[in-house]
Design a protein around this ligand. Structure first.
Ligand code: NAI
Ligand code: MG
Length: 494
């Protein structure tokens, strides 16, 4: 599928191709229709509406999913409210058992979850298998461990209590993992939840609902309502105690307006335009892998993607050469193929957004590079793309593209790199590539980003907090910090 790299004639190695290595979909038994998961059962939507959910790599309909209206959302919130006293009254070690069971069931059904995630979202199977699903299980394991240790987690703050019912709205780029990020800390802290998956990727959350049933989670502790933005807005408007949102900055702002003055707790994890900064003393081959992973992992549908590459001038030519060569080896296509590096773009709408921004890059005068590669006829695809000659005012340097598109800029001094890296409305993540430890510390202190990776990128661990500055949102998920948004502290006088 990908063109072979051109090598000098003479001692040229024989040309060879990967055979296709498709993951079997036999493990998946999809129902024709999925109702809403309310009070521990799958129920028909009161709205009477259903919508198809497709595979973005084939455009085939996988199943129909309920489209929840405000009455359906209200029913889910009521179920969560009704379940709260018993769940909060349970011994913390008993709550932990349920969450550990969920974690083990996610591992047990890992293959099914990975295949379904790839079918519904378009991401390469090697990523859903090796990243999304194991990390989702790890989050449940990690937070299960906290459930009976909350008293010790925040010394001197008083007695931790759950906030109540959490409304959680998640995006389509890491559907199962984002469900785990939201649900695991909420459950560990004794809250009940209503989760709304993204409209293009509802299926793994619904499989997770089945897992919750198997784990004998008490009915109503977790409720899942499917639908689009209107369903999300209905959840925001409903009497929940906390909203946790991951998605676009525009919707994040709307949610902040809607919850202002209501007393509803809020955390927002929004977009990003991260700088990945390569110094002249960096181990360049390692940096190339980090840059490639930073922007092409999950088709670039990553809020913390390293979408702006800042290269120190002396190594610009050599790094660019290595990047172009590496780009030619990326395999774009069937996400169920175990050799695929870049799968399908999640939706037609997202593909159009990427195309529009890439066109703006060309129109504004940046130079585009895309390797030759055949793309499948059906489905939504975009070639891995590099832009050079990018100035800071270009839209492709300022706006989140959320696709496999890297904008490359240069710098001379560390101060210039900091200035350029921070010249963005966002502040979610950053990367530094250098041999010098002191430089890593110097840079990390000055970069306005919630996560700074050094000589690596896109590393995640449930014990490590994640979140942004500025228009990337506020609040932290993961780690000890991730418990706090779900707790209130009662002062006890001694
Ligand atoms: P979106 O923000 O509209 O969708 C995220 C979630 O919010 C979905 O579950 C959606 O149904 C829900 N939603 C939409 N409107 C809502 C509303 N008014 N009230 C409550 N919930 C609502 O993101 P979209 O439109 O899918 O993507 C647009 C852009 O947003 C992307 O191109 C990307 O740049 C950015 N994005 C960032 C993400 C991140 O992880 N930070 C994730 C998804 C998108
Ligand atoms: Mg939207």
């Amino acid at each position: 599928m990908t063109e072979a790299i051109e090598r000098p004639a003479g001692d040229a190695p024989p040309e060879w191709e990967y055979a296709s290595a498709p993951e079997s979909t036999d493990v998946m038994r999809l129902d024709d229709r999925y109702g809403l998961f309310i009070g521990g059962e799958f129920v028909e939507p009161k709205s009477g509406r259903w919508f198809p959910t497709i595979s973005p790599s084939t455009e085939e309909t996988l199943a129909e999913v309920a489209d929840a209206d405000a009455a359906d959302v209200a029913r889910a919130v009521d179920a969560a409210r009704d379940a709260a006293p018993a769940w909060q009254g349970l011994a913390p070690s008993e709550r932990a058992k349920h969450i550990f069971r969920i974690a083990r069931q996610v591992q047990e059904r890992a293959r099914e979850l990975a295949v379904l995630e790839t079918m519904n979202g378009g991401k390469p199977i090697k990523e859903s298998r090796d990243v999304d699903v194991p990390l989702a299980a790890a989050h449940f394991f990690y937070y299960a461990g906290w459930a009976d240790k909350l008293e010790y987690a925040f010394p001197g703050r008083g007695s931790p209590k759950p906030v109540g019912v959490a409304g959680q709205i998640i995006p389509w780029n890491f559907p199962l993992l984002m469900a785990a990020w939201k649900l695991a800390p909420a459950l560990a802290t004794g809250n009940t939840a209503v989760l709304k998956p993204a409209e293009t990727t509802p299926l793994t959350a619904l499989l997770l609902a089945q897992i919750m049933q198997e784990a004998e989670l008490p009915p109503g502790v977790v409720n899942i309502v499917t639908g689009a933005g209107e369903t999300g807005a209905a959840l925001v408007d409903s009497p929940v105690d906390k909203i946790a949102f991951t998605g676009s900055t525009a919707v994040g702002k709307a949610i902040r307006r809607a919850t202002a003055g209501s007393g509803t707790r809020l955390t927002l994890e929004l977009g990003g335009k991260a700088a990945n900064i390569v110094f002249e003393d960096a181990p360049l081959d390692q940096a190339v892998e980090g840059v490639i992973n930073g922007i092409f992992f999950n088709q670039g549908h990553v809020c913390c993607a390293g979408s702006r590459l800042l290269v120190q001038e002396p190594v610009f030519d050599v790094l660019l050469g290595k990047l172009k060569e590496r780009l030619q080896t990326l395999r774009v296509g069937d996400p169920l193929d175990k050799n695929t590096d870049i799968g399908a773009i999640n939706s037609k709408a997202q593909l159009e957004k990427i195309e529009e921004l890439v066109t703006s890059g060309v129109d504004e005068g940046a130079e585009i590079y895309q390797p030759e590669c055949d793309l499948p006829e059906r489905g939504f695809w975009f070639r891995p793309t590099l832009f050079t000659g990018v100035s800071q005012s270009h839209r492709i340097a300022r706006e989140e593209i959320f696709g496999p598109v890297l904008s490359i800029l240069t710098f001379r001094t560390p101060d210039e790199a900091i200035e350029k890296a921070n010249n963005t409305p966002y502040g979610l993540s950053a990367g530094i590539w250098t041999e010098k430890g002191s430089r890593i510390l110097h840079m990390a202190q000055r970069l306005r980003a919630g996560v700074v990776w050094a000589n690596t990128f896109n590393r995640f661990d449930p014990a490590s907090p994640f979140g942004g500055y500025k228009e990337s949102g506020f609040g932290r998920e993961g780690g000890l910090h991730g418990l706090e948004p779900y707790l209130t502290f009662e002062r006890v006088s001694s």
